[in-house]
Design a protein around this ligand. Structure first.
Ligand code: ZN
Length: 141
């Protein structure tokens, strides 16, 4: 068992390293989406099974991206022991494509975590976290 735990930890480290690597290689917002002056992403999470009464729903997050920020839109599942992440890259590209000129566009949707929590690895049960997100893209005047 000890070996399995250590192996998982190292996989997590590799995943963290890989994320950091991908983030470092992301272009700044101003070159990925030159039409945007600001991008706001709000994330809120719920445990859609409601099966864990002892756990409080993870707190919501708000991220603001300015032209110099790296255009990296993958967010880790808030469950500490979950290997999942929410990839909003496609949604950001979609809303950015429709944002032209002055004004802002909003996109809201939900995503189910596709990761597995360490405690559920043996059973293979999926992570119960559901993300509700809102993206607000502001175009340049
Ligand atoms: Zn998860």
């Amino acid at each position: 068992m000890k070996i399995a735990v250590r192996k998982n930890a190292s996989l997590d480290e590799q995943r963290r390293y890989r994320r950091q690597y991908d983030r470092d290689r992301s272009p700044p917002l101003r070159s990925a989406f030159p039409q945007l002056t600001q991008l706001n992403i709000e994330l809120s999470f719920s445990d859609c099974t409601g099966a864990a009464p002892k756990e409080v729903s993870p707190s919501s997050q708000a991220h603001a991206f300015y032209p110099a920020a790296q255009a990296f839109f993958r967010f880790r599942c808030p469950c500490a022991d979950c290997d999942g992440e929410f990839d909003l890259t496609g949604s950001v590209a979609q809303i950015a494509a429709t944002t032209t000129g002055r004004g802002s566009r909003t996109l809201s949707a939900k995503l189910q975590c596709v990761g597995t929590r360490a405690r559920d690895r043996a059973s293979g049960a999926g992570c119960p976290i559901e993300l509700s997100f809102r993206i607000v893209a502001t175009g340049s005047p």
